[in-house]
Ligand binder design. Sequence first.
Ligand SMILES: [Zn+2]
Length: 408
Amino acid sequence: MINSSNSIHDFLTDIPKTDLHVHLDGSLRVSTLIELAKAGNIKLPSYTESGLNEIVFKDQYKDLMDYLQGFSYTVSVMQNPENLEQIAYEFAWDNFNEGVRYFEVRFAPQLHVNSHQSIEDVVTAVNKGLAKAKKEFNAKTTVLNEEEPPANYAIIACAMRAFFPGMSEYFNTMLEIHRFSKSKKIFSLASVELIGAMTKARDELGLPIVGLDIAGAEKGYPPEDHKEAFDIAHKNFFKKTVHAGEAYGPESIFQAITLLHADRIGNGYYLFSYNKIKDESIIDKERYVNSLAQYIADRRITIEVCLTSNLQTNPEIGEISRHEFRKMKDARLSTTICTDNRTVSKTNITKEIELAVATFHFTETELKNSIIYGFKRSFFPGTYKEKRIYVRKIINYYEKLQKKYGRI
Ligand SMILES: [Zn+2]
């Protein structure tokens, strides 16, 4: 078992890390939000960092809906290519500066489409900022020390489970044009449009878009509404990750895996909560949950665990030691620690790993496996051969740091 001390903090800062579940629009620097809002005449409830941290980006939230409030402000300053590029650039540097060597950043491009920028403009601008930071970081570090693994990243596109008037110009237009259709159909169509655009952006523009996700309020908006889009993603060899079991029970996770071909699950918090099963045809609920967990473990479907965020969106958990991560670890599920939202959750990956290590009593081997697993289960934007070479380099570097810190 690892003792918590100063040296563990330094070690965790230095080791190469991943963040496979992090939302761009939940991770803006608060100072940048204020600066861009002022420049664009956008209304914020406060124009000071302390004010916003008190009113919007809180330590605790009532529930998922409350947690999602802050996004309306961040999205409002992400409506032109210059701002998107700046936000993406700063995001990448914030990650590299705390030792994240590989991240998969996700966002919903359709929240940023308007009469001035197309969906291709949106993803191109974000990628431009990320690529610039990566180039600068790699020029600074790996040229000086070739043992250091280079930084890399990929993009995951989020479809929205549901959308409403006022969420974005694009969604307003969708709702207006299809005003005689059922909302479920419109949500489904928007997701199909998104994956069509992402296929073009990947194949024709060469952008590192590797996966599809669905985000937004889970309750009342089941994964099955987005089956067609995920089938298209599957046929085009995109990877799939699905927010499930965040505000809903195990069936939602089952649907994500079976209907949406999920390779990874975002949060998966309620995986073991058999009392949340609504399907009456499932008689032995405990058995169902255990079988589901075994299936996920055996297929190595990775759970993207976001400890602080889960606590904030589900305040009834109370304290971190009561988080289901313990059960996930005991069942030998494939898990990777992620932030979800650096600003909305007021966290970073080093803090999250430190929290997991201290609360769930990681051994040295468990910590190493957990870190390396993030790289292995990533949707790496290269060939499998290149991915293996990259992971090998990460392992060698990790072991070098273990020796340096006297941890082996
Ligand atoms: Zn998320």
